[in-house]
Design a protein around this ligand. Structure first.
Ligand SMILES: Cc1cc2nc3c(=O)[nH]c(=O)nc-3n(C[C@H](O)[C@H](O)[C@H](O)COP(=O)(O)OP(=O)(O)OC[C@H]3O[C@@H](n4cnc5c(N)ncnc54)[C@H](O)[C@@H]3O)c2cc1C
Length: 529
């Protein structure tokens, strides 16, 4: 068998999570060779000039709030901030959301100003929001602890709540749906819609049992610090990770799709690229290949029945639809209280509409009634992302992959009209955001998102559905939630592992903890906590 490249570890897929794993392995003196199907590293943390020179477009993620809580950034464990040029901006306002009757709510970094916004609709809701933030403070350290350890390496959130004086209250909230929590805590339809817009950010239908914490855990960290974005684009996080790795001699092989695992004596010793090249890992392989693809990369019997069944029944999640615009002006929301702009803005239907849109998606029903729209304009606070006086705008919503009667192929003919629907929704509130200000646009249906990144099956962004059914010890498969796969020498990271997708770096850091332990290196040599 011809050998093309060898290192201690083969890193199969270069999303931010596997780069994080590689960084900790490299910090511990391990050599890595990184392989990715895309021509650039970073997966969903990429910034690309897809609309022409000077327009730095985040093709997937823009907001990085969650990774700021991870010790890799919070404690700058690897010097990504101190030595590799990573800087975060905390936009204020945090968010601005338009509602069906033309009312609009702005969330400010000053919590009192957000509370005053809610009080315009209902004094009791304003007080509920104040209480929600205070209550979340008691959950925050527990959540951080539960996320920052691999499954089985520390107490789960459920275990931690058993020890907490108000644990029973949080356990009930955890089991409820976000919709029910919101309906129980707030009475104004406007505030409910705003809270629903926030809760739906994780792309899990908000009436699913077990989504209750989404009513807290998205909005509260944003209220504390904002929807933070890396200066220069999402890809600057990747630049810092790649810079760290290159400084330690890591080789990158991009534009290289992996087609198979190499097994010897029952152990995973490398991968085979689709072009036939062989990459060997003396100590093993770290994968961020989607588990639904991974199982096809080795004979069925080596995985065992439980793993194969778990992967077969694993839900890939709710697809995204994205439109990217290069513009001469930002979207300016006209409100009775004057114009408003925000890096994170959007539209929310009433809470019933938000619930219905999630049900439609789970049931495979197509609807072009837009109930949830995110409008990201990072150039408002980071002008270097566009030529002087210009802006980058991303429109994002949830939808389905498989169009009834048309199949996924139907998106090719439909997608521009769908972008027009998103724009029409936005223009109800931003009348000046006409075609005249749009210099260029590009649409990615779920089919296009999948084509750009094989980890985003059906255009679903998070490596799998993030409902309770597929979280914690169920992710990706019961018994295999702690990054070790059924084949010795193969570890899994990325969104298919706890705590799931988004730019958190937790799956990456947690996998590194497991792998280092497995090869006899104390993780404390490279991790502060
Ligand atoms: C439009 C859009 C907007 C989003 N916005 C946000 C946001 O604002 N904030 C946020 O937190 N999250 C956001 N997300 C989600 C976020 O991008 C993902 O959850 C995150 O990137 C997952 O990271 P990861 O490291 O697990 O894997 P990924 O980023 O998906 O990377 C996986 C990598 O593995 C590679 N790969 C897979 N299979 C193979 C193979 N066979 N051979 C070689 N390479 C392979 C892929 O090419 C890819 O580079 C968004 C996603 C989308 C699509």
């Amino acid at each position: 068998m011809a050998l093309d490249h060898q290192a201690d570890f083969v890193i199969a897929g270069a999303g931010h999570n596997s780069l994080v794993t590689a960084c900790y392995l490299a910090a511990a003196g391990q050599s890595c060779v990184v392989i990715d199907a895309r021509d650039i590293p970073g997966g969903g943390a990429a910034t690309e000039e897809i609309l022409g020179p000077g327009f730095a477009i985040d093709t997937c993620s823009t907001g990085h709030t969650l990774i700021l809580q991870n010790p890799i950034i919070r404690l700058d464990e690897l010097g990504l901030v101190a030595r590799h040029g990573l800087t975060y901006i905390d936009p204020d306002p945090v968010a601005h959301v338009a509602l069906p009757d033309g009312e609009q709510i702005t969330m400010h970094l000053d919590a009192e100003r957000t509370i005053a916004e809610f009080a315009r609709y209902c004094e009791a809701d304003a007080e509920s929001y104040r209480r929600l933030l205070a209550e979340f403070d008691e959950l925050r350290p527990l959540l951080a602890k539960a996320r920052a350890f691999p499954v089985g390496y520390g107490p789960s959130l459920r275990d931690l709540l058993k020890e907490h004086p108000r644990g029973g209250i949080w356990a009930r909230r955890m089991a409820m749906s976000a919709r029910d929590v919101i309906l129980g805590e707030f009475v104004s339809p406007h505030v409910r819609a705003f809270m629903g817009w926030m809760a739906f950010q994780t792309a899990v239908p908000i009436d699913q049992a077990g989504t209750g914490l989404l009513a807290y855990q998205i909005i509260a960290p944003r209220q504390a610090r904002s929807w933070s974005i890396p200066m220069g684009g999402s890809g600057r996080l990747v630049d810092a990770l790649v810079g760290f790795l290159r400084a330690r001699g890591t080789e990158f092989h991009l534009g290289t799709k992996i087609g198979g695992l190499i097994l010897e004596d029952g152990r995973c010793v490398g991968v085979r690229a689709e072009d036939g090249r062989i990459f060997r890992g003396r100590k093993g392989v770290v994968s961020t290949i989607h588990v639904k693809h991974l199982v096809d990369m080795a004979p069925p019997d080596v995985w065992g029945e439980t793993f194969r069944y778990g992967v077969k029944t694993y839900n890939v999640g709710v697809p995204f639809f994205a439109s990217y615009l290069a513009t001469t002006a930002p979207p300016v929301f006209q409100t009775p209280r004057g114009p408003r702009m925000a890096v994170s803005a959007g539209y929310a239907g009433w809470i019933e509409d938000l619930v219905q849109s999630g049900r439609n998606i789970y049931d495979g029903r197509f609807s072009d009634d837009i109930a949830w729209l995110l409008v990201a304009t990072p150039s408002l606070v980071d002008p270097g992302r566009a030529p002087a006086g210009h802006h980058t705008v991303k429109l994002l919503t949830h939808t389905i992959y498989d169009l009834p009667g048309e199949g996924p192929a139907g998106w090719a003919a439909r997608k521009e009209a769908y972008t027009d629907r998103l724009l029409a929704t936005l223009r109800r509130f931003c009348p000046g955001f006409t075609d005249d200000v749009i210099l260029a646009r590009l649409t990615k249906s779920p089919v296009d998102i999948e084509a750009a990144n094989p980890h985003m099956i059906h255009g679903a962004p998070h490596g799998g559905d993030r409902s309770a059914t597929f979280s914690g010890e169920q992710r990706p498969v019961p018994g295999w939630a702690a990054h070790r796969m059924p084949i010795p020498g193969l570890w899994q990271t990325g969104g298919t592992t706890h705590p799931g997708g988004s730019i958190t770096g937790y799956p990456g850091r947690n996998a590194a903890r497991v792998i280092l332990g497995d090869i006899g290196i104390d993780p404390a040599t490279v991790m502060a906590t």
